[in-house]
Design a protein around this ligand. Structure first.
Ligand SMILES: Cc1cc2nc3c(=O)[nH]c(=O)nc-3n(C[C@H](O)[C@H](O)[C@H](O)COP(=O)(O)O)c2cc1C
Length: 207
């Protein structure tokens, strides 16, 4: 993928994690990206449960059933697509190429046009069918990026966890989020403490 994307499709499916979708849209908007949004009925139901006041901001909001929408065609220029959160049902449909709604169709188009597709699959635990669908999706070109917290980032709130997950996911489509710099390596003080502890655990002495 060359450079930062100008137009991105955001798919929101019915896995838990409405806050991830809301933040993704906010950060894409702040980055000046044109956002095309598709929200599944199950995602709206989950949102009503998790964040009743959530607003999904986008330049273009597509109807989930409109398989004739612009983003259903590969001739419509789009730079990338992210599905966040991605249910295992939507994962399975994408892996199988079963484009029975606009979200899956847009993902299928993204893959056939060899564009970047990021699937933030949220489910646990996973059975073999889920894992196989992830393998298939990867084989056909998608990136599986489950929304997982990074404890080393020392989050102080759920918002911090959400921000970190979304920044990592957006980095996969070439969007850099201000305030989310890449990991620069362990601070020297931590590395030194660790190395001293290792030496002591092996019976050695440190300065
Ligand atoms: C509150 C709530 C939380 C859910 N969480 C998950 C989840 O984390 N992962 C998942 O795969 N499905 C989850 N589901 C089930 C999906 O919403 C359901 O399988 C739905 O059919 C997915 O449809 P979609 O992929 O078209 O959005 C959840 C449903 C509800 C109501």
């Amino acid at each position: 993928m060359a450079g930062a994307p100008r137009r991105v499709v955001v798919g929101v499916s019915g896995a838990t994690g409405t806050a991830l979708a809301v933040r993704t849209l906010q950060l894409l908007g702040a980055a000046g990206v044109e956002r095309h949004l598709v929200v599944s009925p199950a995602a709206r139901r989950t949102a009503a449960y998790e964040m009743p006041d959530a607003s999904f901001d986008a330049e273009v909001v597509h109807n989930f059933r409109d398989i004739g929408a612009s983003i259903a065609s590969g001739s419509y220029p789009v730079d990338a697509m992210i599905v966040i959160p991605c249910s295992v049902k939507t994962l399975g449909a994408i892996a199988a190429g079963v484009s029975e709604n606009l979200l899956v169709r847009a993902a299928d188009v993204t893959l056939k046009e060899r564009r970047r597709l990021v699937l933030c699959v949220r489910e646990t635990p996973l059975h073999l069918g889920h894992l196989r669908a992830m393998v298939t999706a990867t084989e056909i070109g998608a990136i599986i990026a489950p929304p997982m917290p990074a404890f080393y980032a020392a989050p102080e709130s759920l918002d911090d966890v959400v921000d970190h997950i979304v920044a990592r996911a957006l980095s996969l489509i070439g969007v850099t989020v201000p305030g989310a710099p890449p990991w620069q390596g362990e601070p020297a003080s931590v590395a030194r403490r660790q190395s001293d502890a290792e030496i002591r655990s092996q019976g050695g002495t440190t300065r």
